[in-house]
Write a protein that binds this ligand. Structure first.
Ligand SMILES: Cc1cc2nc3c(=O)[nH]c(=O)nc-3n(C[C@H](O)[C@H](O)[C@H](O)COP(=O)(O)OP(=O)(O)OC[C@H]3O[C@@H](n4cnc5c(N)ncnc54)[C@H](O)[C@@H]3O)c2cc1C
Ligand SMILES: C[S@@+](CC[C@H](N)C(=O)[O-])C[C@H]1O[C@@H](n2cnc3c(N)ncnc32)[C@H](O)[C@@H]1O
Length: 675
């Protein structure tokens, strides 16, 4: 799944041409003026954005991200014309991304756009393979979703289902920028499959513009139902096409054979069809003030939602998120399965998310993952093929290099994440809730959660009724009747606070093996953590301190005997919340009874042809199950949940978001005939 970067040739004026396609990226006369004329002006963006209402969002879809010039020009116009509370989603698909070096060189052609270009350059991701990259700019006012893939395949991942009948239950594009190379040089870019996805992603009123007036482009757009107009092109180009979708035709695909007893497509149980029509006020209560609750609050507040966090303790982040130091890390995998894709997607988003926050919430000291046993040595060897060429993301280091990075002698080789570090989750939570749309109520435990006509009431208290509720209280979610069917497990964990010593003061990076050790903060190191499934005690235990210390000594012998548990150590005990597949649970809460009834045919036939969307409890969502990786998972999961609730483009491929769906165990159990 390795990707191919763009290969550029440069002319004497410093303008790029694609070596692969022998075509230009933009007009030689003025790329920027061409973008403004072809894409911004012909989609009437200035007028549309000036009329946009507060808190609304607008979605641009682009084929061919290239140098990002169109994106940057759109950002410039958005910042000048749209209300400050509105959000621009720019979704762009690119098969041959520029290297960062080339990106910098191209964007230097427009010094007037420097401020925005620099943002893109700073956050431009590393590309491991095909996939989604969500980048938020200007306090969430602009959200870029860069999809690395062939255009048709990439856009298909924005659809709600592979089943053509249900594909359109997804966020729609308001304006298209069709900017592939010209159809004569790049015919596969303008395929039937591409236009088929475009049709499903468009709504009545969607506009489109393209520099090309070639026949396949015109035919494709007309086939999608667009009314097209040929107008004068930019510069030396004779003409171009602008288009609008005036009327959306409902087409029933010929390949649907509903009389079959098995489905040709995955059953669309993941779709929450009712929520798409919802006209409820954007007002939400979040139960739980840990990192899941606080990241969700921030993601929704930036989308104009009014958020109330309700936390049972007298302060935020007292339980799982109550450690003074946590490591930002994730297990990389040589495989291309969902767990691996999810970990990588979260890790890359987390690097972007925390990039500006390190000074406020912890330290970007890098994270070293030691190859401390045979299993880990083999794993890291197997990672080489996929990750060796991406040192900005992860570096493979010898024991000697690891020792230099860590500041102490280490006898194991390892992998090093230069963009990672340690985080104080409490500080993070406090930072995140610092937004005018977020209110916090502490000292109230939600014991009752009941459905009312147009929302949910908490503790039978009418002043605590909300159109929407998010359950973000980790393992305690099992206590609500509406979520008691979920297979939640809790795992006790204890971290130990070790006083800084002369030797340990030298530690410069987070060192992870079986456990983890962070560089000293406030004269102590946070070291962890123990794992005890099913235990419920909140007491700090000396034997657990000793276990943490022993694990540390085993993997970092140069620290041996620096600390002893008899020193009356302090620490923190809390419970991780996990699910049987070790993935979080993000999305709408299933109406378990109704869903069992509607999908009962799965008991006999796993591929039963059930042409029904899922049954979800209107307005009720969940964000739990972050296990030992909350710092890595929570930012992207919050972004996903907010996108689902706000009906804007998802930050990850639809199939990956389906893997996190709260009804997944219910469906699996039906298939296994276990319920
Ligand atoms: C010892 C230990 C070490 C860890 N180390 C790391 C690490 O290094 N890196 C990492 O990424 N992750 C680590 N984790 C995991 C990480 O801490 C969790 O994944 C994360 O804190 C989960 O956040 P959360 O918001 O889902 O849950 P929590 O932080 O537990 O938040 C849930 C909140 O809900 C509140 N609540 C519960 N019930 C109710 C109710 N009925 N009404 C109102 N409020 C309620 C609770 O008081 C709590 O504040 C560690 C976990 C433990 C236990
Ligand atoms: C004209 S350039 C785009 C210029 C770009 N919009 C900009 O602002 O710089 C065309 C882009 O389409 C990309 N491309 C070509 N074939 C593709 C395909 N099959 N799928 C996705 N992208 C493709 C190219 O790599 C190139 O970046």
């Amino acid at each position: 799944m390795t990707i191919e970067h763009a290969q550029l040739d440069w002319n004497a004026d410093g303008q790029p041409t694609s070596h692969q396609f022998g075509d230009i990226y933009f007009s030689r006369e003025s790329g920027l003026e061409e973008t403004r004329y072809v894409f911004l002006q012909q989609n009437h963006l200035r007028e549309r954005w000036q009329q946009l209402k507060d808190n609304h969002h607008f979605v641009i879809g682009e084929t061919g991200f290239g140098s990002g010039l169109n994106f940057i020009a759109a950002c410039e116009l958005w910042l000048a014309t749209a209300p400050e509370t509105a959000q621009l989603h720019f979704v762009s698909v690119e098969k041959f991304p520029l290297s960062k070096t080339d990106l910098i060189r191209v964007l230097a052609l427009w010094p007037a756009l420097n401020a925005i270009s620099l943002e893109l350059i700073t956050h431009y991701p590393c590309f491991v393979g095909n996939g989604f990259h969500r980048l938020n700019f200007f306090n969430g006012r602009i959200k870029l979703t860069l999809i690395i893939n062939d255009a048709a395949i990439g856009l298909t991942q924005l659809l709600a289902s592979q089943n053509p009948e249900f594909a359109g239950y997804c966020a729609k594009i308001d304006a298209w920028f069709f900017d592939g190379f010209s159809p004569s040089k790049n015919p596969e870019m303008w395929s039937y499959a591409l236009f088929s996805a475009i049709e499903k992603l468009s709504r009545e009123g969607t506009t489109a513009a393209t520099f090309s007036a070639a026949v396949p482009v015109k035919k494709g757009l007309i086939g999608c139902g667009f009314s097209i107009e040929k107008i004068a092109g930019f510069g030396r180009k004779r003409d171009m096409i602008k288009a609008v979708l005036l009327e959306k035709k409902i087409t029933v695909s010929a390949d649907i054979q509903s009389h079959r007893s098995y489905s040709a497509y995955p059953i669309p149980w993941t779709i929450d069809a009712e929520s798409i029509q919802s006209k409820r006020e954007k007002c939400v209560a979040i139960i739980g003030g840990g990192i899941a609750g606080c990241t969700s609050a921030r993601a929704l507040a930036e989308r104009g939602w009014h958020v109330t966090i309700i936390e049972k303790h007298n302060a935020l982040a007292q339980e799982g998120s109550g450690n003074p130091q946590g490591a930002l890390y994730a297990k990389l995998s040589p495989e291309n399965e969902p767990q691996a894709e999810f970990n990588l997607c979260c890790l890359q988003f987390a690097f972007h998310f925390y990039r500006h926050l390190w000074n406020d919430i912890g330290g970007k000291t890098g994270v070293l993952q030691l190859a401390y046993n045979q299993k880990e040595i083999i794993l890291q060897k197997n990672l080489l093929e996929k990750f060796l060429s991406i040192p900005d993301l992860v570096k493979f280091v010898s024991a000697e290099e690891a020792s230099q990075l860590a500041g102490i002698f280490l006898s194991h080789s390892g992998i090093f994440f230069p963009e990672a570090g340690w985080i104080n989750p409490k500080k993070l939570c406090h930072y995140l809730v610092g937004h005018k749309n977020i209110e916090i109520i502490t000292g109230i435990e939600v014991k009752k959660l009941e459905k009312i006509n147009d929302g949910w009431i908490l503790n039978n208290n009418h002043s605590l009724s909300f159109p929407y509720v998010i359950i973000a209280n980790a393992g305690s979610a099992a206590e609500f009747p509406v979520t008691k069917h979920l297979p939640i497990k809790t795992i006790r964990g204890q971290v130990s606070y070790l006083p800084v010593t002369e030797k340990s003061r030298a530690i410069k990076t987070v060192i992870c093996s079986e456990g983890y050790l962070a560089p000293a903060e406030n004269q102590q190191h946070c070291v962890g953590a123990t794992f005890n499934l099913g235990e419920t005690s909140l007491e700090l235990r000396e034997e657990d301190h000793q276990k943490n210390i022993n694990t540390l000594y085993e993997q970092i012998p140069s620290l041996a005997s620096v600390w002893q548990s008899q020193q009356q150590l302090s620490g923190h005990v809390a419970f991780r919340c996990t699910l049987p597949d070790y993935l979080p649970m993000i999305g709408p809460v299933a109406d378990a009874e109704l869903m069992q009834k509607h999908f009962s045919a799965l008991r006999k036939n796993a591929r039963a042809n059930i042409e029904k969307t899922g049954n979800y409890l209107a307005g009720l969502y969940i964000n739990i199950g972050h296990g030992s990786r909350g710092l890595t998972y929570a930012p992207l999961c919050a972004e996903l949940l907010a996108a689902q609730m706000n009906h804007d483009p998802l930050p990850m491929p639809r199939e990956l978001s389906n893997v996190l769906n709260p009804a997944r165990f219910l469906i699996r159990d039906l298939i296994k005939n276990k319920i």
